[in-house]
Design a protein around this ligand. Sequence first.
Ligand SMILES: NC(=O)C1=CN([C@@H]2O[C@H](COP(=O)(O)OP(=O)(O)OC[C@H]3O[C@@H](n4cnc5c(N)ncnc54)[C@H](O)[C@@H]3O)[C@@H](O)[C@H]2O)C=CC1
Ligand SMILES: N[C@@H](CC=O)C(=O)O
Ligand code: NA
Length: 430
Amino acid sequence: MTKPLSVGVAGLGTVGAGVLTLLRDNAATVAARAGRPIAVTAVSARDRMRDRGVSIAGLRWYDDAAALANDPGVDVVVETIGGTEGPAADLVRAALAAGKPVVTANKALLAIHGAELAATAEAKGVALCFEAAVAGGIPAIKAVREGLAANDLTRVMGILNGTCNYILTQMRERGIEFAQALSEAQKLGYAEADPSFDVDGIDAAHKLAILAALAFGRPVDFAGVHVEGIRSISALDIKLAEELGYRIKLLGIARRTEAGIETRMHPCMVPVSHPIARVDGVFNAVVAEGDFVGRVVLEGRGAGAGPTASAVVADLIDIARGRTTPVWGVASAALSHAPSLPMSQRVGAYYLRLMVVDRPGVIADVTAALRDNAISLESMLQRGRAPGEAVPVVVTTHDCEESQMRAAIARIEALEAVVEKPAMIRIEAL
Ligand SMILES: NC(=O)C1=CN([C@@H]2O[C@H](COP(=O)(O)OP(=O)(O)OC[C@H]3O[C@@H](n4cnc5c(N)ncnc54)[C@H](O)[C@@H]3O)[C@@H](O)[C@H]2O)C=CC1
Ligand SMILES: N[C@@H](CC=O)C(=O)O
Ligand code: NA
């Protein structure tokens, strides 16, 4: 067998330690697929003595992660530290500048600095691989960039954050509070170091920006993604959604239209009968639609040590085999410049849940606000009867433009009888 591929790993947390474990446990399978052994020979982490459940004895140790890039014994650098600036970015830049291939799980880094890093990788003629960065163990990057390369894609969408999907599932199935479900997701190794990246939709939006760049052959544009998280989703909305035949999911949708590219990440109501509604827990789903292939649906674990390590090592096997593709599927200079479309142009149906004082005339005021913004009602229901007290009122609409809905909500929110900020969730026709 040929010389082993020598790997330096920086960051030995959930993902980094997972990579070491997989390479130890599946060494023979990996070597057969790679055509040679893949061996970690050097590592960098913050605490040399910490027990990670996998031995680092005999591996070269670096306090400074960026120094891995200049270790002559390291062929490939794996970055599993995280963060858009600081040690992760320094290491990736140093490795590419030194002409070494990089494998990273860091979607935040790619969503923000992906264009610059790809340009360096191209200039140096080295691979920059990031299968782990989107939808964990699902081979989403490979599917969109390579498997579907012959198609003009019209839409990519999916459930792209395991932590949020876990939280929404546990709230629905076990009736537990948001905070408890988040704490469980953290213990299971799903959440980001700062979990607000998960629950505020930012992590999933990073992934959507990456997928949209690959699907539509354009520079990654995180700033163009409309982002909302799941903090405002209440147990009441989850229950009411079920009654209406929907599930609430944090969905990312990227769609190509004649005017440009729509990219949005926000909670959606999806029909219970749709397969995406049944993707639960830490599972993610990626749906891609192409002109020749039609619809392709992929499902698998989106977070956690094992699935993420599976994706990192798949990239290492590609590097060992010398299989390369331009970072964004086409050379940077060939990327298109289709604009990102504003959220105000989204067209679809809406769920609106109001807490209103139960007294005559309130519903008339609410429907007047909708009528004056040319919004047609699909259904309306009031739960309970409590004269003089606040009760939930749910309105679902037919399709309208987001700008109309926002104008109506502003008017409804200002009504004296509306005692809470209205909860608005978009109903997605999938
Ligand atoms: N946990 C997951 O399921 C997934 C995580 N990712 C990404 O993988 C990366 C790592 O995530 P996790 O392993 O979950 O995080 P983690 O917090 O468990 O591990 C990060 C490790 O990096 C170490 N570190 C921090 N600064 C360092 C430095 N200057 N030099 C060397 N090491 C340093 C930390 O001590 C920590 O052990 C992030 O970019 C994350 O977004 C991607 C897919 C899934
Ligand atoms: N925090 C992320 C980890 C994987 O990307 C998630 O929950 O999906
Ligand atoms: Na993946």
